[in-house]
Design a protein around this ligand. Structure first.
Ligand SMILES: NC(=O)c1ccc[n+]([C@@H]2O[C@H](COP(=O)([O-])OP(=O)(O)OC[C@H]3O[C@@H](n4cnc5c(N)ncnc54)[C@H](O)[C@@H]3O)[C@@H](O)[C@H]2O)c1
Length: 359
């Protein structure tokens, strides 16, 4: 990779897969600002799911990562790999799609990147792979207990990509907690975005469990900065390493997140509806390794992040209808594209590039 030079020289050329999604549309401006030349590659499932302005200009490639060709990887210094079916419910809809896209295509992407001489490869992984951990607190060394197709796809991808590590190919795995915060391609199907969206638009927050499960949360801007920090770190510090991305103060029980949402939004009320069968997955995450390798990196506190999100949502003029709109729940939007025949049963656009190019 070229050294980062001041004075207008590019930091390097990076391919960002999934640049059109929730994290990608925040990451791309961050990389551009830091002097990276960015090419985005995305199947553009969510191109019509924009909540607020702020999408950066990139060199976009409308492409499904399952259809990659060796030439697609030529000329890059780094790959940041975000493209995926990004949660459990989509994995439950059709396990084969998650296996194909999240695992097989990811492993092939890494093989092609290595063959093309791309040195750095940063994979967007997830703390979900710790599952219902028996451990009180999970570190990167804790046993993995993936209990869903989505979580298994992250475990298998890390293993396959890690096996390619060596001279000239340096992968890093960022295991994110649940991400929240404003993005042009907003999602309201992650826990804290959902709670905050409900608080702002309905004036009430409902918790469908006893609220005891732990979740690490992390602000989307901090996730973007973490990807950048890894890209620019000395290779020896991050070579074939997994990092839980966040800080110890970002571990919260769901009930605490709900309380933060309620306290942040004036006049908001909290309702707890314990239901059998509610999501009881729980894990508390140790972030010591990230802090040791990136001692100057600060993650914003959840109360500050909640305030940012409250102000941003208010400024966007969001209504109850918009909050409930299928465009901001990944499973519902994909189901709509399938049911209306815009995507076929392999999750490819039925009318080729025309639909995919519709923004
Ligand atoms: N959002 C979170 O809370 C969270 C937490 C942990 C990990 N992650 C991971 O971070 C990454 C980004 O998540 P996100 O929240 O931005 O998800 P997202 O669904 O908003 O974005 C994913 C992007 O990938 C694209 N994509 C999906 N399948 C593709 C394919 N076959 N070919 C090309 N592009 C494809 C989609 O069109 C979309 O733009 C994912 O890998 C996700 O698993 C997210």
């Amino acid at each position: 990779m070229r050294d980062k030079l001041k004075g207008g020289t590019v930091a390097g050329r990076v391919l960002v897969t999934g640049h059109n999604g929730y994290v990608g549309s925040v990451l791309v401006p961050c990389l551009l600002e830091a002097g990276w030349e960015v090419t985005g590659m995305d199947s553009r499932y969510f191109s019509r799911c924009t909540l607020v302005a702020g999408l950066a200009e990139t060199t976009p490639v409308s492409k499904d990562i399952r259809d990659l060709e060796p030439a697609d990887l030529h000329g890059f210094d780094a790959v940041v790999h975000l493209a995926a079916l990004s949660n459990d419910p989509i994995g439950n809809l059709n396990a084969g799609w998650t296996e194909e896209i999240n695992f097989r295509a990811s492993a092939r992407l890494a093989e092609l990147a290595k063959a093309a001489g791309v040195r750095r490869f940063v994979f967007s992984s997830s703390c979900i792979m710790y599952g219902m951990s028996e451990a009180n607190v999970v570190t990167e060394e804790s046993p993995l207990a993936p209990s869903t197709e989505y979580a298994r796809s992250k475990v298998k991808s890390e293993r396959a990509i890690g096996q390619l590590a060596g001279e000239g190919f340096s992968p890093t795995f960022l295991r994110n907690g649940t991400i929240y915060g404003l993005s042009p391609r907003m999602r309201f199907d992650t826990v804290f975005n959902d709670l905050m969206g409900a608080a702002v638009t309905r004036g009430s927050v409902v918790v469908h469990s006893d609220g005891k499960p732990w979740r690490p949360v992390v602000h989307v801007q901090d996730v973007a900065r973490a990807f950048l920090a890894v890209l620019e770190a000395p290779e020896a510090d991050v070579h074939n390493q997994a990092f839980n991305t966040g800080a110890d103060h970002l571990n919260h029980q769901i009930i605490e997140l709900a309380e933060i949402a309620v306290k942040t939004v004036p006049g908001c009320e909290l309702e707890v509806q314990s239901r059998p069968g509610a999501d009881q997955r729980t894990y508390r995450t140790d972030f010591g390794k990230f802090a040791r390798v990136f001692p100057d990196f600060e993650f914003r506190g959840t109360r500050d992040g909640a305030r940012d999100l409250y102000e941003a949502l208010r400024a966007s003029g969001i209504t109850r209808e918009t909050f409930a709109d299928k465009r901001f729940t990944r499973l519902r939007w994909l189901s709509y594209l399938l049911d209306s025949g815009q995507l076929d049963t392999t999750l490819r656009w039925t009318n080729g590039k025309r639909q995919a190019n519709h923004d």
